[in-house]
Design a binder for this molecule. Structure first.
Ligand code: CP
Ligand code: NVA
Length: 301
């Protein structure tokens, strides 16, 4: 059987995704009950981080340890990757020694090349294009709080970035409605949008986009690698902060999500992210459980 990778949500079928989310909820309950479950004994995960991380690194490292395996942190600063060793060669060598590889990098093409030359599964730990592991956690969080997401309405307020792209793929795979409120020139990719059909729509009025929504989600205005655009983006995104007034336009039981790290007072007010409708801490914790389900799936199926 061909090696399965998880480079985007489109690599798994809707049924596989739903099963994985249910398994994540089971693994969470087992972990909370103190059950020892070590199906990945002697298995090793190599993690390449070309960008910073708190949640992704800790959740993969803790997840591998809990499943009985080991995780290895690799940064370009102290590997030959940083000195220009080709990604193809790195993929061949790493995959001859470890069982699975996770990569956080800039260009999505780099991840695809690595997967192409790897003989073991490769997981996307975030690229400039998508952040699928985060969506597993977000969708698990939705499922825990509200059940099936089919036919519900989510509103993404902010930049048409990697998180926005992953929400578009999630809407497509799990069949929910997605309103995207973003300023002109910060739209998500047109092809991705088209592929999702009429369940996804672009709005220029964030207030109107939030009306009647079951979930409001946002992300930073300047992603990793865009730090020098911070000021310009603050101007472009004025009026796009998720506020209590915006939450009030959504349905009464609407949830607020954010992948974190967050900037209170920029993309979201402190009142909202620290408020009653916010599930950001569950969302962050679920990175652990969802990725354990992912590791189990890729290594034991
Ligand atoms: N949400 C997320 O991926 O967080 P980190 O950048 O801390 O990994
Ligand atoms: N869009 C953000 C997500 C961080 C988890 C970034 O790429 O920096």
């Amino acid at each position: 059987m061909a090696t399965r990778h998880f480079l985007s949500l489109l690599d798994f079928s809707p049924t596989e995704l739903t099963q994985l989310l249910k398994r994540a909820i089971e693994l969470k309950a087992m972990h909370r009950a103190g059950e020892i479950y070590e199906p990945l004994k002697n298995r090793v995960l190599a993690m390449i981080f070309e960008k910073s991380s708190t949640r992704t690194r800790v959740s993969f490292e803790a997840g591998m340890a809990q499943l009985g395996g080991q995780a290895m942190f690799l940064s370009p600063r102290d590997t030959q990757l940083g000195r220009g060793e080709p990604i193809e060669d790195t993929a061949r060598v790493l995959s001859s020694m470890v069982d699975i590889i996770m990569v956080r990098t800039f260009e999505h093409e780099k991840l695809e090349t690595l997967a192409q030359y790897s003989s073991v599964p490769v997981i996307n730990g975030l690229t400039d294009w998508v952040h699928p592991c985060q969506l597993l956690a977000d969708m698990q969080t939705w499922m825990e709080h509200r059940g099936d997401i089919t036919g519900k309405t989510a509103t993404y307020v902010g930049d048409g970035n990697n998180m926005c792209h992953s929400y578009i793929n999630a809407a497509r795979q799990l069949d929910f409605k997605l309103n995207i409120a973003c300023p002109e020139n910060y739209d998500p990719d047109a092809e991705l949008l088209k592929a999702a059909g009429d369940r996804v729509s672009i709005h220029r009025d964030p207030q109107a986009a939030c009306r009647g929504s079951d979930m409001i989600v946002t992300d930073v205005w300047a992603s990793m690698g865009q730090e020098e655009e911070q000021q310009q983006r603050e101007q472009a995104f004025a009026g796009y902060q998720v506020t209590a007034e915006m939450m009030a336009l959504a349905n009464d039981d609407a949830l607020f999500m954010h992948c974190l790290p967050a900037h209170r007072g920029e993309e979201v007010s402190a009142e909202v992210i620290d408020g009653k409708q916010s599930v950001v801490w569950d969302e962050a914790e679920n990175r652990l459980h969802a990725q354990k389900a992912l590791l189990e799936f890729l290594l034991t199926q």
